[in-house]
Design a protein around this ligand. Structure first.
Ligand SMILES: *[C@@H]1O[C@H](CO)[C@@H](O)[C@H](O)[C@H]1NC(C)=O
Ligand SMILES: *[C@@H]1O[C@H](CO)[C@@H](O)[C@H](O)[C@H]1NC(C)=O
Ligand SMILES: *[C@@H]1O[C@H](CO)[C@@H](O)[C@H](O)[C@H]1NC(C)=O
Ligand SMILES: *[C@@H]1O[C@H](CO)[C@@H](O)[C@H](O)[C@H]1NC(C)=O
Ligand SMILES: *[C@@H]1O[C@H](CO)[C@@H](O)[C@H](O)[C@H]1NC(C)=O
Ligand SMILES: *[C@@H]1O[C@H](CO)[C@@H](O)[C@H](O)[C@H]1NC(C)=O
Ligand SMILES: *[C@@H]1O[C@H](CO)[C@@H](O)[C@H](O)[C@H]1NC(C)=O
Length: 467
């Protein structure tokens, strides 16, 4: 029961943490059960955040853009065809006042993000009606992964597309793709992390592709890490698959089914990202949910404990033990790296499973941003975020001493009020085509594209270009 001791020692937690820790252990066992008995499950029952290789099944995206890319200006491209973007439904209550009040309510419940360089706080704000809708659609962007392509997959409501993020105390101009590309001429970006990073990279690519088509120039064998080039701007974006940031041996097939625990080396960084680290001008680094999995923890090449490994004669350390160590190590590498660009550390993202979790029928059925009192950050998300904010704080001080430009992206508040932005059952193509009562697995963790995470880019542009 080390995990409990460990959690209790995190002074911020009270009595409820104790019960929570037990709950987590149980949840862990459920995970394990699921993974081990998985042969009896449908292959598509992957955990949404295990996120396997939808891309590997769809290498088409590279094939889909065979033409030599034609630089096109926003003007000549024009807005997406009228038919592409659904109109805001009349039912969207566009009373700003009501929503603002709702979100303000939540603010007291969640810790605040660090203000941006003493300037206004871009992470505290409200979702306000945005009648012009998203900058791209499933028809105008060919880079949307199947599981997140809610429009193509037949999601019927469209109200969730007509909101934009509006920080409370500052102006946040909408993302300007043309300007972004001009500023980023000859620069290299990388988004490093798990499937949420990949979710984000698609959003950024889709928005930038309204100015110039991205050309895929690299993918690894498993189509997990990729690189795209914008020829007219000599601008490069990479997505680097490194769900733990530290070295890990993952035994998982394409359906996210594990055959055994992850072997996690808490004192060795994953070379997938460290080898390329100095070649990037801008990076967004993140991790999170994968640490909840069953794993054997190694230090100095010796097993020092585990998370969920009954019968292994190893001490249960709890995932917080591993998360703190791994994150500290990764952040320390960054803070002492002599990197001259701009590095963002992004906190992990909240999910909105209701009536259960991903593996037992949890769903997310809302179609508008959250109302007062509707959403509270889940305990598991709180624990991850607290570790992240603590380790960021420490690294931030060290980075400043070393002249490393490290900034925090904490989209927790922004996302918490968007339970309507997930694919839900529409992670699959027309899930109810055969049977309108079909039982399908829901994804309440990733985000529809277009969708709320498009507005991350507004914030990022403000910090990277104007900040
Ligand atoms: C919209 O919200 C306002 C303020 O809460 C409320 O007075 C009004 O009845 C709502 N309208 C609809 C159509 O729900
Ligand atoms: C885009 O989604 C619409 C439904 O909203 C669908 O009719 C259309 O075929 C999709 N187009 C592509 C290219 O996926
Ligand atoms: C393109 O950008 C890279 C850096 O990202 C630079 O090394 C290279 O020289 C640039 N190419 C041209 C043609 O400017
Ligand atoms: C590094 O990338 C490869 C290829 O995408 C992947 O199989 C491997 O799991 C990654 N390493 C880690 C530690 O995640
Ligand atoms: C790491 O392991 C090696 C060989 O097992 C041992 O010689 C060394 O002292 C260990 N280092 C630490 C810091 O424990
Ligand atoms: C379990 O580990 C302890 C300490 O490493 C060792 O003394 C004991 O023999 C092990 N038990 C089994 C059944 O392997
Ligand atoms: C969501 O899950 C609950 C509980 O399982 C169920 O009653 C409800 O019908 C589900 N909603 C949808 C739209 O699937």
């Amino acid at each position: 029961m080390k995990v409990i001791w460990r959690l209790k020692s995190l002074n911020k937690y009270n009595n409820w943490m104790f019960k929570l820790a037990i709950a987590i252990l149980f949840l862990g066992f459920v995970f394990r059960f699921f993974f081990y008995r998985s042969t009896s499950f449908e292959p598509n029952l992957e955990t949404p955040f295990v996120d396997s290789t939808e891309w590997s099944k769809e290498p088409v995206s590279s094939v889909e853009i065979p033409k030599p890319p034609q630089p096109v200006t926003v003007d000549t491209l024009g807005p997406p065809l009228a038919g592409d973007i659904p109109k805001p439904p009349a039912s969207v209550n566009t009373s700003e006042a009501s929503l603002s009040a709702d979100v303000r309510e939540h603010e007291d419940e969640t810790p605040q993000a660090e203000p941006n360089d003493g300037k206004c706080d871009l992470f505290t704000g409200d979702w306000i009606p945005n009648p012009s809708g998203p900058m791209y659609t499933n028809a105008s962007c060919s880079l949307i992964e199947g599981h997140q392509n809610c429009m193509r997959n037949g999601r019927t409501d469209s109200g969730y597309l007509f909101w934009r993020w509006n920080p409370r105390d500052c102006e946040l101009p909408p993302f300007d793709a043309q300007r972004f590309l001009e500023v980023m001429r000859n620069k290299r970006w990388a988004l490093i992390g798990d499937s949420i990073s990949r979710n984000h990279v698609q959003s950024l690519l889709c928005i930038l592709s309204t100015v110039e088509q991205a050309v895929e120039v690299y993918h690894d064998e498993e189509y997990k890490s990729k690189r795209w080039h914008f020829p007219s701007y000599n601008f490069t974006i990479s997505t680097i698959w490194s769900p733990f940031l530290v070295k890990a041996a993952i035994f998982e097939d394409n359906n996210g089914v594990s055959t055994t625990e992850v072997q996690l080396h808490l004192d060795k960084l994953d070379t997938n990202w460290t080898n390329l680290y100095q070649s990037f001008d801008y990076m967004i680094v993140s991790t999170g949910k994968w640490f909840l999995k069953a794993a054997i923890y190694h230090e100095n090449d010796t097993a020092v404990g585990c998370h969920i490994c009954p019968g292994k004669n190893l001490t249960e350390k709890g995932f917080v033990f591993a998360y703190e160590k791994a994150l500290r190590y990764a952040m320390n590498f960054i803070a002492t790296s002599k990197h001259e660009g701009l590095i963002f550390f992004r906190t992990s993202t909240p999910d909105h499973f209701e009536n259960g979790e991903w593996h037992n029928g949890g769903n997310c059925t809302k179609t508008t941003p959250a109302k007062e009192g509707e959403i509270e950050l889940k305990d598991l998300n709180k624990i991850l975020r607290n570790v992240e904010l603590t380790e960021f704080e420490k690294a931030s001080a060290k980075a400043a001493e070393n002249g490393v430009n490290l900034k925090l992206l904490d989209f927790t508040n922004l996302l918490l009020s968007r339970p309507d932005g997930h694919p839900g059952p529409y992670r699959q193509f027309h899930p109810f085509a055969q049977d309108k009562n079909a039982k399908v697995q829901n994804d309440c963790l990733h985000w529809c594209l277009p969708g709320p995470i498009d507005y991350w880019n507004d914030v990022i542009m403000e910090m990277a270009v104007n900040g």
